[in-house]
Design a protein around this ligand. Sequence first.
Ligand code: OGA
Ligand code: NI
Length: 344
Amino acid sequence: MGTADDNLDAYPVANSADIAKQVPVIDIAAVVQDASSADARNAVDKIAAACRDWGFFQVLNHGVSSQLVQETWSQTRAFFTQPTAVKEQSLRTRENPWGYYNNELTKNQRDKKEVFDYTTDGPDPIYQAENRWPEMSPEFATTMRAYRDACTDLGLSLLEAFCAGLDLPADYMRSDFARYHTGFIRLNYYPVKDPMGASTIEHLAVADLGIHHHTDAGALTVLLQDDVGGLQVFKDGFWHNVAPIEDALVINTGDMMQVWSNDFYQAAVHRVLAMETRDRFSIPFFFNPSATTTVDPLPTVVSDSRPARYRTIPWCDFRGQRTDGDYADYGPEVQISQFKIAAS
Ligand code: OGA
Ligand code: NI
C-alpha cells in the first residue's frame, strides 16, 4: 500500500443512524438455490451494486445452519480460553502457517488479537503443510471442518452471483475454486487485555487497533462476527460501522476480485477497533482460488474504452508474499497496486 492511505485512521466515523450510509443487507435465499435463475436476479443486482459501491454487504438466508454456527462459536471460545502454553502447542511457524498465533502483523504493525488458522484437509497446495489441530476434544476439528465446508458452498454461490453481476456465465470461475481452492478459516479473538503485554520493541508496542486497516488478499471473505461490534469499512472519507446483525454473515470482496473485475468491484479497506470493554470473536473464511490460478481482468470488463488495468497476478506468489508479511516484518507488503498498468 502506498503512502497515500497511510493516514486513513485519522478520518471520522460516520453517523450510523443514516440508513443510506449503511452497508447493504441482502436476502440471498434465491442465490443459494441457483444464482443463474430469474428469481435470483434481484439479489444478484443488489450484490453487484454493493460490490461496486462498498465492497461490503451482509447476507441473510445464506444457508449456513444456525446450529452449526452455534457449535462453531462454542468450539472457538473453548479453544481460546485455554492457557497460552496449551494454545502454543499448535503454534504456527514460517514453514507451516496453520495453527495458533498471537503476534500477527498487518502492514508491519502488531494487531491486538490472537488467531487460529486452518484450511482444507491434506497438505495444502501452497505450503504443502497440514492443519495443526489442537489436542482438545475431537469435536473441535469436526465442527471446524463442517463450518469450513458450509462456507465453501456459500462462497461458490456468491462467486456465481459475482460472475452473473459482471454479465458472465454464473459458473465462469468455478474451475478456479471448486476442487483445489486455497481458502482458509481464521478464528479471531480480540481480547480487552493485550496478549503480548508491553513490548520494548518500538513498532511491536503499538496495539491500538484490533486489526489495522487492510484489504483481504483473495476473492471474497465470508465473516461471522459476534454481537460486540468494532468492524469498520472505509468509504467516501468516513469509517462506517458494520453493525452486528443476528443470523447475518458479512461478505467483502478481496484484492483478486478487484483485479478480475477490472476495478468495477472494490476490495474495501477495513479495520477492527481495539476492544475496550468486552472480548470479541470473529471468524472469517477467506475464499481463495487454486494455487495455479493466474488472475487477469475478465473479458466482459475489458474494452477499448476500459483496457485491462492490471498485469497478470499469479495467485500463489501473491498469497505467499502476503502471508510472509503477516508473520513478520519482511519489508512493505505486496499490494495489487504494484501490478497496475499505468494509464496511457
Ligand atoms: C480479517 C478481518 C474482520 C473482523 O481478519 O481480515 O478483517 O471483524 N477481520 O474480525
Ligand atoms: Ni480483513
